[in-house]
Ligand binder design. Structure first.
Ligand code: GLU
Length: 447
């Protein structure tokens, strides 16, 4: 297989699906060499099959807003690949959601889930519904209308959605309530990220951020460093950024910046426990403004409109917000300010030119599908608990999460170590995930 030829075909077939094409290109470039050493992959057309989702559901979601006006959105579920387990992946509610975005996320999810060591296939879904400025009642009515369509596509052994951008515990609760009513059974295994009193895994809310910090710590240890005492800049202030802040502080680091679509909050003395507790309050307000942090903690946090977290001096950058949020110019600014490590926590958070710049200018870089896999891994643990009708303690879940992140790091090192001894974490993660999925596809025949 030649990446160039496959990409040319996909570009002609899906013009304008830029995020999807970007995600496929990165994976194909990483695996091309190893793929071509396995003629059995080529004979079974593994790559041609792997880059297409198994199926995509598209549906209309109609609901009534607080003024009594009828609103119409589009909902989707992209079931990407089920070679190693049932479809699994989050739901994203964001005004920019398109099939291209969900195809890129479903494709990434397939490899990420393979890295977790758990048996989960890849999927993603969501809607172009914009939670910004919506009341709690509007969120509830939208979630109910969304589930009214989705419920027949999902099931504990079929497809298990969870949260993503714009979908947290509140939204999962509203969706589960509707699912239960429609299905007429208490089938907790159908969604993950549920409340802790009704089948949710303790630590699932923290898991993506915690896992990302465990991974970062392992990467640093591999390179003779430790996270304690390091200055960290984090983008976003949602669930993932919140968990990352919590664990960073616990490990002795100083979080010197968080950001939002409106700008950056610089926190020269490091984020405090009170500020971390305020992050979920900001999210639930649906205002989407990080400035609220500076207004609440004047003197501790300084807000600058229109600036990104990458303008703040730090040792480690952790993108925790959205795809392509870190450009080549940002990468250069970080490097010039002394940053020497970037662990991508958001899915495809760095633009390809930024990754290239990091990798060729002495900045350690690890990709989202490895760094953020602790979230979906803990969803996998939630599925196990639901299947057994039991609940593990926070300590048990944390230990398992720690073990899984160690294993993901080890897989990256195994497949990504270069002849000069350095580790290419992008290659490592992509090859490790690919080999697992490709082998399963091969063993299951042409379907
Ligand atoms: N949305 C998260 C991700 O990108 C979590 C998915 C899940 O828990 O199923 O991996």
């Amino acid at each position: 297989m030649k990446t160039k030829d496959i990409m040319a075909r996909l570009q002609a077939k899906y013009p304008g699906e830029n995020e999807y094409l970007q995600a496929v290109q990165e994976v194909l470039e990483s695996i091309e060499e190893i793929y071509n050493q396995h003629p059995e992959f080529e004979n079974a057309k593994i790559v041609e099959r792997m880059v297409e989702p198994d199926r995509i559901f598209t549906f209309r979601v109609t609901w009534v807003d607080d003024r009594g006006e009828v609103q119409t959105n589009l909902g989707y579920r992209v079931q990407f690949n089920s070679a190693i387990g049932p479809y699994k992946g989050g739901l994203r509610f964001h005004r920019a959601v398109t099939p291209s975005m969900l195809k890129f996320l479903g494709f990434e999810q397939t490899f990420k889930n393979a890295l977790t060591t758990l048996p989960m296939g890849g999927a993603k879904g969501g809607s172009d519904f914009d939670p910004k400025g919506k009341s709690d009642g509007e969120i509830m009515r939208f979630c109910q209308a969304f589930m009214y369509e989705l419920w027949q596509c999902i099931g504990p052994d079929q497809d298990i959605p969870a949260g993503d951008v714009g979908v947290g515990g509140r939204e999962i609760g509203y969706m589960y309530g509707m699912y239960k009513k429609l299905a007429r059974e208490y089938n907790t295994g159908v969604l993950t990220g549920k409340g802790a009193t009704w089948g949710g895994s303790i630590l699932r809310p923290e898991a993506t951020g915690f896992g990302a910090l465990y991974f970062t710590q392992q990467l640093l240890h591999k390179h003779g460093q430790d996270i304690a005492g390091k200055r960290i800049a984090i983008s976003g202030f949602g669930n993932v950024a919140w968990g990352a802040c919590k664990k960073a502080v616990e490990l002795g680091a100083k979080v010197v910046a968080i950001s939002g679509p409106d700008g950056v909050c610089e926190i020269p003395d490091g984020i405090t426990a009170e500020m971390i507790d305020y992050m979920p309050v900001m999210r639930l307000s649906n205002r989407d403004k990080v400035q609220d942090m500076a207004d609440k903690f004047p003197g501790q946090a300084k807000f600058t409109a229109g600036k990104k977290a990458w303008s703040v001096k730090c040792d480690i950058a952790l993108p925790c917000a959205f795809q392509n949020e870190l450009s080549e110019a940002d990468a250069k600014e970080l490097k010039a300010n002394g940053t020497w490590c970037c662990c991508e926590v958001s899915n495809m958070g760095c633009q390809p030119e930024a990754i290239h710049y990091f990798q060729h200018n002495g900045v350690y870089f690890a990709p989202g599908k490895a760094v953020n896999a602790g979230g979906v891994a803990t969803s996998g643990l939630e599925m196990t608990q639901n299947a057994e009708h039991i609940s593990w303690s926070g300590k048990e879940v944390d230990e398992k999460l720690h073990f899984i992140m160690e294993s993901i790091h080890a897989q990256c090192v195994k497949y990504g170590t270069q002849p000069d001894g350095s580790v290419d974490y992008v290659k490592g993660a992509n090859i490790a995930g690919f080999m697992k999925v490709a082998t399963a596809m091969l063993e299951q025949g042409i379907v």
